[in-house]
Design a binder for this molecule. Structure first.
Ligand code: AP5
Length: 221
């Protein structure tokens, strides 16, 4: 675990591996993993008003309105654990307004990592993805299949994980990503079309580089 509470954004198309990598990063560095997709799905599950509104957008693959997501995330970032341990944003910002909302609130990320994966591979990952509701683990029926039949029998598929809805989600991603990138410095592209461990190794190199710079600056003071 690090003593440096960094703020990191992980961006990338649907199924580019953001959730998979964020779990590993949070485990290694202790940053708080904030996935707006998971937060919205939890709001749906709990029957909260936000969830009721979000559901119809998410089921069709389109983005939830900015104001709802921005309020939800800003509130969460104000909590003590994010200040103490640092944060890892997974799936936010997804529009220029969301990026501007961060900057206007003086929330400045130390690093923005974008996972690049070609479209045909993204579709393969979407349709093969399964989630374990007990452990929260992300599986893929070919690339990382469940360990045994017991786990396999309880896996669920997200309602937006069809090829048709993935195309709508991809379109939203391609529409916004360039403008989002332009709002920040410290943007690094990572080739996400490799084994998960290799992708993680590059991410660790980038995070360690930022920590080292921060450490050197602190020790100079
Ligand atoms: P969200 O939940 O954020 O979905 P997403 O961006 O479409 O991303 P995914 O969760 O689909 O994929 P991922 O990149 O995390 O990939 P994963 O690691 O699971 O958002 C869902 C919806 O919520 C949106 O459509 C929108 O409606 C709403 N929403 C959320 N945030 C919003 C915002 N800020 N504003 C407005 N609306 C918002 O991996 C995918 C699969 O590939 C898995 O099966 C995994 O096992 C496999 N895999 C991962 N890495 C590899 C690898 N290296 N090699 C082979 N397989 C791999």
């Amino acid at each position: 675990k690090t003593n440096f509470p960094l703020g990191i954004i992980i961006a990338g198309a649907p199924a580019s591996g953001k959730g998979t990598q964020c779990k590993k990063i949070a485990e290694r560095y202790g940053f708080v993993h904030l996935s707006t997709g998971d937060m919205l799905r939890a709001a749906i599950e709990s029957g909260a008003e936000l969830g009721k509104i979000a559901k119809k957008y998410m089921d069709s693959g389109s983005l939830v309105p900015d104001d709802l997501v921005i309020d939800m995330l800003k509130e969460r970032l104000r909590e003590e654990d994010c200040k103490k341990y640092g944060w890892l944003l997974d799936g936010f910002p997804r529009t220029t307004s969301q990026a501007q909302a961060l900057l206007e609130s003086k929330i400045y990320p130390d690093l923005i990592l974008i996972l690049d994966v070609p479209e045909n591979e993204l579709i393969r990952r979407v349709v093969g993805r399964r989630l374990d509701p007990v452990t929260g683990r992300i599986y893929h029926m070919q690339y990382s299949p469940p360990e045994d039949q017991h786990i396999a029998s309880r896996l669920i598929q997200r309602t937006d994980d069809t090829e048709e809805k993935a195309m709508v989600r991809l379109e939203a991603y391609y529409t916004h990503i360039r403008a989002i990138e332009d709002q920040f410095s410290q943007v690094i592209h990572i080739n996400g079309n490799r084994q998960s461990e290799l992708v993680f190794s590059d991410i660790v190199d980038e995070i360690d580089r930022v920590i080292e710079t921060r450490y050197n600056a602190d020790t100079k003071l």
